[in-house]
Design a protein around this ligand. Structure first.
Ligand SMILES: N[C@@H](CCC(=O)N[C@@H](CSS)C(=O)NCC(=O)O)C(=O)O
Length: 337
């Protein structure tokens, strides 16, 4: 069905028509011309070509086949996994999943730049080959392999990526105390082409947790995207019982740095254990069962989670303190961005 200027509809369809018991089924082609009617339906004339016969029939529809005016904008959107959309003509965005640790890795690139510069947020060592293949196939130039924090449940892929793609630089917060090529602090900007991610300190799950928020302004991604790591999970949040975790600090981080973003901001966490992919600030402010409580209620919830320690914690923590880099000589002398 084609809508011309939102007023006239032209449609072609193939019909299977039962003529009479003796004739059996016949295939016909129909051309439909119609115009919208008050109340959302449309009416028009159907011309059916059936063998050598032309049948003209008035028709009426209750279901509109045209796009609502707002969805005309959809043509400009990059459709995200999970059904969300963001409007930036040159953004490439992928949400990738590692199923052993239920970790999300995010690939972002600026396709308007001839180099197609890219960043990868929270890569996992087990899925580095998959990520590298994708980066290669799409012709991207990976600038930074970024961590939101020192993960306790899996080994970061940043070290492996650096060995396989020379030129890639690892990046983590200064407050994490981990080794990397670059250390970021609250307010820093990570540029890739004409796009950037802003660093917001969101400690509480770990002392060095940061959230990376896409840039602000008419030339940036809209609605904004925030990669929250484990500070905020969909309808949940990161635990606070190790790595310098502190429930009051986490509560304050989420409320001041994430819930202060516009309601339509898309939130992408580092994990989901229930098959969810994305949420928004507005949704979490309404429905997050932990963070909608007052501070005392939140602290009570957090001290009663009774979660088992992550299975890989003893391997992951020491490795991730070196950004997953096994060779001591590599990545040990980082600098600010
Ligand atoms: N079972 C998993 C670990 C699950 C877990 O503890 N997840 C962390 C984030 S990774 S350190 C968390 O903060 N969870 C919060 C929650 O409410 O689930 C494993 O063994 O790896």
């Amino acid at each position: 069905m084609i809508s011309v200027g939102g007023r006239l509809f032209v449609g072609v369809c193939v019909r299977v028509i039962l003529l009479a018991p003796c004739c059996g089924l016949r295939i016909g082609f129909s051309l439909l011309l119609s115009c919208p009617r008050a109340g959302g339906g449309s009416c028009g004339l159907s011309m059916i070509v059936l063998g050598s016969h032309l049948i003209l029939r008035p028709v009426s529809f209750n279901v509109r086949c045209s796009l609502p005016p707002s969805s005309l904008q959809i043509r400009k959107l990059s459709i995200m996994p999970g059904g969300s959309g963001t409007s930036h003509p040159s953004l490439l965005f992928r949400q990738l999943f590692e199923k052993e640790s239920s970790t999300y890795t995010y690939l972002l690139a600026d396709l308007s730049d001839p180099d197609k510069p890219a960043v990868l947020v929270d890569p996992v060592d087990r899925t580095v080959e998959r990520d590298l293949n994708l980066i290669k196939e799409l012709g991207l130039k990976l600038l930074y392999a970024i961590n939101t924090h020192v993960h306790a449940d899996h080994v970061t892929g940043t070290g492996l990526l650096k060995t396989k793609l020379p030129g890639v630089q690892s990046l983590i917060s200064k407050a994490s105390g981990a080794k990397a090529d670059h250390y970021v602090e609250h307010g820093d900007k990570i540029q890739f082409g004409s796009l950037y991610l802003e660093v917001r300190a969101t400690p509480g799950h770990t002392a060095g947790c940061v959230t990376y928020v896409s840039g602000e302004g008419p030339d940036q991604i809209s609605p904004r995207l925030a990669f929250t790591g484990d500070a905020l999970l969909i309808r949940g949040c990161g635990r606070t019982d190790f790595q310098g975790g502190d429930p009051a600090q986490l509560y304050n981080s989420v409320h001041s740095q994430i819930f202060s973003l516009p309601e339509e901001t898309f939130l992408y966490p580092a994990h989901d254990y229930k098959g969810q992919t994305v949420t928004t600030v507005g949704e979490e402010k309404l429905y997050n069962p932990r963070l909608t409580k007052d501070l005392e209620g939140f602290k009570t919830i957090m001290s009663n989670l009774n979660l088992a320690y992550p299975k890989m914690i003893d391997i992951a923590l020491p490795s991730n303190m070196k950004c997953g880099i096994q060779d001591e000589s590599n990545g040990s002398t980082g600098s600010s961005l």
